[in-house]
Design a protein around this ligand. Structure first.
Ligand code: MLT
Length: 307
């Protein structure tokens, strides 16, 4: 086993992304993978395995060979899945080795460019008046866009017509094309479109305003008191992956999070690299259980379930 860890990796490593190429998770994964490839001397290749709000990818990696050549990057969806799905092909607490957390990303509430409301308050009134004539795009049950959209509907006490996509890359394309009305999505994908004026921005989902969008109100300060969604990302390996291999991969990940090119890229995307203590296996393990409990309670109160 030691010899294996010393020579590891001898071929390229797959980093599974649970959502569509070009979207928020994919953008972070590809940036980190490119930097890690330099440290590891082998390619870290992104594979997009979409479907069922990220749970197909998690199930796939849980059952992959624990040889250090398959990893998963996933967000809050790892913690919401047990609340959302009665039948789940994996257990987030027992089926993985934990590598560490990577970045936290705020979300933005957007609409197609020509939606009439001009302010968040006008949007809330408009949504209440229009109800399910309006469409809300998301990336499936378990996606943070779905979670954010669910919170929005709950707080505005109005059900919209929801339209699932394989990721928010196609969802945002639909918004840009005017085929859907509203989307809640991460700054890693939305900042460039907000700056270009090709979407309408109503608010940010964090408790504080963002450095990257200082003039944009939070949803909390715009009448949706207590509205908060922050996206966190963790990296996982199949249970049984040798500790020395997890450590070597994790060291390359932590080196990537210090790489000046990554630091600059993440800042441009509005993503916050997490403190070093969170970048460790323990930093992810100790974070996950309370998150599962927190979201489970919220999901049950909202009555959201899939089979
Ligand atoms: C993506 O990468 O497409 C998003 O993270 C999906 C989501 O909204 O969770």
């Amino acid at each position: 086993m030691l010899a294996q860890a010393q020579t590891y990796p001898t071929k390229s490593i797959t980093l599974v992304v649970p959502f569509a190429a070009g979207g928020p998770t994919d953008v972070v994964a590809r940036a980190l993978g490119a930097s890690m490839s330099k440290t590891l001397g082998q390619g870290v290749v992104v594979e997009n395995k979409t479907g069922a709000g990220g749970t197909l990818a998690s199930g796939y990696v849980a059952k992959a060979a624990p040889d250090g050549y398959t990893f998963l990057i996933h967000h809050n969806g790892m913690a919401t899945a047990p609340g959302l799905y009665r039948k789940l092909a994996f257990n987030p607490l027992t089926d993985f080795e934990y590598v560490g957390q990577v970045v936290d990303v705020p979300m933005t509430l957007l609409a197609r460019k020509d939606l009439p409301p001009k302010t968040p308050q006008e949007l809330i009134a408009y949504v209440k008046a229009q109800g399910n004539k309006l469409t809300l795009a998301h990336a499936g049950l378990g996606a943070v866009s779905q979670l954010c959209g669910m919170l929005f509907q709950k707080m505005v006490a109005t059900d919209l017509t929801t339209i699932p996509y394989q990721g928010t890359a196609p969802a945002l394309n639909a918004l840009l094309g005017g085929q859907v009305d509203i989307l809640c999505d991460q700054t890693t994908q939305t900042l460039q479109h907000i700056k270009a004026g090709s979407v309408k921005l109503y608010g940010v989902t964090t408790h504080e305003r963002l450095k990257s969008l200082p003039d944009t109100p939070t949803l909390d300060e715009s009448g949706l008191k207590g509205f908060e969604v922050k996206v966190w990302h963790g990296v996982y390996a199949p249970k049984g992956t040798p500790p020395a291999v997890v450590e070597k991969f994790g060291n390359a990940l932590r080196a990537a999070l210090k790489d000046p090119a990554i630091v600059q890229r993440m800042a441009e995307l509005g993503a916050d690299i997490v403190p070093e203590a969170k970048q460790t296996p323990e930093g992810l393990r100790s974070w996950l259980k309370p998150e599962i409990d927190k979201w489970g309670a919220l999901i049950r109160s909202a009555g959201q379930y899939a089979d």
